[in-house]
Design a protein around this ligand. Structure first.
Ligand code: PEP
Ligand code: MN
Length: 335
């Protein structure tokens, strides 16, 4: 249920309303925007008398909402959210460009790529240390050693680091990771989501391979309901009937998610297409559709990459792409 307050509702009356609602055992989330104050009620509101609340002097309207997601809903929080991670920002006008290899392979590899993507305009460095591989015989990542190498690359370049956490049991190792990725395969790992909800770490939540947008938002809700509001959503392609691409990039997810939620939405054109030659066009299309950022796999030697070489672009391809993305964004802002 959401309660929209009248403009200039006196602070004292607002406080009285909030404490009255809290006494009913409800979670109360107050959003104070530039034009509107919205009070969101979390929990079982079936016993709440909406008519009684509507009749209050400071209340403009009361709406029952049945979407199931609340904290991430734009109805609870009409303005766009901006998530800060290690000095970089994504959302509410801040465009994030996360770039780097699929996996961290060596110090030389991650530092060299970090320097190149930074020079080209990346705002964060990606690199998997714990890798969710389809086959147990494939490279599983350097794990804790990979995290150490990411820290070295951060120290060398100043770029905040983004890396995937697969199990809540490894959470302690991720204490100084700037943005924790929850991968597509773990989008519905509810114990992991609940554990992340108890932290204040910024989370990059990727859409599951076969997940609907509602399921994605409900997964974000798991994290936010625990008290962690620092969530970024990521469209990374879904399974359809595609035969020439790894997945199908659902571009309409961008405007739909932004309509439903205040959370930033970024796009991963690398996993969406599976082919490096398709990455630039899909990155530009995503920027044109209004996303808040991109996560792109960049490798200095894709032929010898230990993971996802076929979809990794080279730094020489990444640099002109960043310029074109800026041009698309500038064109959007002109109108
Ligand atoms: C990745 O980012 O390397 C990755 C494994 O992504 P996803 O979970 O989207 O497949
Ligand atoms: Mn990958």
């Amino acid at each position: 249920m959401i309660v929209v307050l009248k403009q200039n509702a006196p602070q004292e009356k607002q406080k009285q309303l909030v404490s009255w609602l809290e006494k009913m055992g409800l979670g109360v989330h107050v959003f104070t925007g530039e034009f509107q104050t919205v009070v969101g009620l979390i929990g079982d509101t079936s016993h709440v008398d909406a008519e009684l609340i509507s009749s209050m002097e400071i209340v403009q309207s009361v709406q029952r909402i049945s979407d199931g997601f609340k904290c991430c809903s734009r109805r609870f929080h009409p303005d766009d959210s901006r998530i800060e991670a290690g000095g970089a920002a994504i959302g509410a006008g801040a465009f994030g460009i996360i770039a780097g290899p699929c996996s961290v392979e060596s110090e030389e590899q991650i530092v060299a790529i970090a320097q190149k993507v930074k020079q080209a305009g990346a705002t964060m460095l990606r690199g998997g240390a714990f890798k969710p591989r389809t086959s147990p015989y494939d490279f599983q990542g350097l794990r804790a050693d990979g995290l150490k190498l990411l820290r070295i690359a951060r120290r060398e370049t100043g770029l905040p680091i983004v890396t995937e956490l697969m199990s809540e049991h490894d959470l302690d190792l991720f204490e100084d990771v700037d943005l924790i990725q929850v991968g597509a395969r773990n989008m519905q790992n509810y114990e992991l989501l609940k554990a992340l909800g108890k932290t204040q770490k910024p989370i990059l939540l990727k859409r599951g391979l076969c997940s609907t947008l509602r399921e994605l938002l409900l997964s974000a809700e798991y994290i936010m309901a625990g008290g962690n509001e620092n969530v970024i959503l990521c469209e990374r392609g879904i399974r359809t009937y595609s035969d020439y691409t790894r997945n199908t990039l659902d571009l309409s997810a961008i405007p739909v998610l932004k309509e439903l939620s205040h959370l930033p939405v970024i796009v991963d054109p690398s996993h969406a297409t599976g082919h490096s030659r398709l990455v630039p066009s899909m990155a530009l299309a995503a920027a044109a559709a209004g996303c808040d950022g991109l996560i792109i796999e960049v490798h200095n030697d894709p032929e010898h990459a230990l993971c996802d070489g076929a979809q990794s672009i080279r730094p020489e391809e990444f640099a002109p792409l960043v310029k074109k993305v800026s041009a698309v964004r500038a064109a959007l802002m002109e109108n």
